[in-house]
Design a protein around this ligand. Structure first.
Ligand code: TXA
Ligand code: MG
Length: 329
């Protein structure tokens, strides 16, 4: 692995693209200060240029070279970095970050990943690494190096295999925001495996979910300025059509299960394709297995999938968010 990391550092410094493991999902990495390299990320992913990228740094010190972090962000960094938390913060204009990375916004999304390979890359290269999930835009995020091969083979300069990712869902994204009466809260732009309760404990201010912000008009056609451009998109979508909160199975459906299925799900037959996210009903296990499960359904050629109900608390908030997006037409 040491030789591979050295090679990856050289490729990144030379303006190339490297698919990298993180603890959430695999990322498609490039030097965030290299305009041409960043342009290639958008091209390879087929990503619209208005949807900005997350920049990965080793830790708080490196983050401060790029952006302003207030007291709340510093407390969150101390508690959750390195780890699966991304913060949207004011960009320092002299940081040298390619404007393509931020899609011209005055803010930037920063994250210090925990995965040891990613940490080694950041430390050895000294770079800030822009990295969206390493899948085609709109598709299912990759949680293994094989998934990256399936999606992007031949279009990247190197794929670093760090094994299956540990969390399985993309990072939690937050932004300290001021309300109409000057009150500050933490806007949850994307739920993840760092939960609302954990965030509130550390931040000491309320977490507001995007669907509850501005009367639910923060995203979509009604919004004057969308708070997070990428949230406008259907996302994480497999080929298969998903039916959520299913309490039974139709003859032409596969099953994405959660918990014990025997007896609980009428309609299951011997031939029903079944991928159980967690027989034990464990949300962390389900998060780790979700994207693999969606990809499995497509590989089996299952066109319709009944998805069992998943509790909407803790990490279940993020799981249900991804499933809803994956099911959106
Ligand atoms: O776990 C993760 O976050 C993975 C790994 C690779 O780190 N990365 C990831 O990146 O999920 P991506 O590009 O697939 O999702 C980034 C999201 C998009 O929805 C984008 O719109 C939002 O972050 N974003 C980026 N910069 C932003 C900004 N300045 N303001 C608001 N939203 C921003
Ligand atoms: Mg993505």
């Amino acid at each position: 692995m040491k030789d591979e990391i050295t090679k990856a550092v050289m490729i990144l410094q030379g303006g190339g693209l490297v698919a990298v493991p993180t603890e959430t999902v695999y990322g498609l990495g490039a030097n965030a200060r290299d305009e041409a390299a960043v342009a290639r990320i958008y091209q390879v992913k087929g990503r619209p240029s208005y949807n900005p990228l997350i920049v990965h740094v080793a830790g708080e010190e490196a983050a401060l070279e790029i952006a302003e972090l207030g007291p709340v962000e510093r407390a969150l960094a101390a508690a959750f970095w390195p780890g699966p938390l991304t913060m949207v913060v004011p960009l320092k204009t002299d940081a040298g970050i390619s404007p393509l990375v931020t899609a011209g916004l005055s803010t930037i999304a920063l994250r210090a990943p925990r995965h040891e390979i990613m940490q080694a890359l950041l430390e050895k290269s000294g770079l800030a690494i822009a990295a969206p999930s390493a899948n085609r835009s709109g598709g299912v995020s990759p949680t293994t190096a094989t998934h990256v091969h399936d999606d992007l083979d031949g279009q990247v300069d190197m794929i670093l295999d760090g094994g299956p990712t540990q969390a399985g869902l993309e990072s939690t994204i937050v932004k300290v925001t001021e309300g109409d009466h000057g009150e500050r809260f933490l806007l949850l732009l994307r739920p993840g495996t760092v939960t609302i309760r954990e965030l509130e404990e550390v931040a000491g201010i309320e977490v507001v979910r995007l669907e509850d912000y501005r009367g639910g008009n923060a995203v979509g056609d009604e919004a004057e300025t969308p708070v997070s451009p990428g949230l406008l998109l259907k996302h994480y979508a497999p080929q298969a059509a998903l039916r959520l909160d299913a309490r039974d199975v139709k003859p032409d459906e596969g099953v994405l299960g959660f918990g014990k299925l025997d007896g609980n799900l009428p309609g299951i037959e011997g031939e029903t394709p079944i991928y159980n996210l967690s027989e034990a009903g464990d949300l962390e296990e389900a998060a780790r297995r979700l994207y693999g499960g969606l990809r499995w359904m497509d590989k089996q050629g299952v066109a319709k999938v009944a998805v069992c109900p998943i509790p909407k608390t803790g990490i279940g908030v993020a799981l249900n968010d991804r499933l809803q997006r994956a099911a959106a037409k």
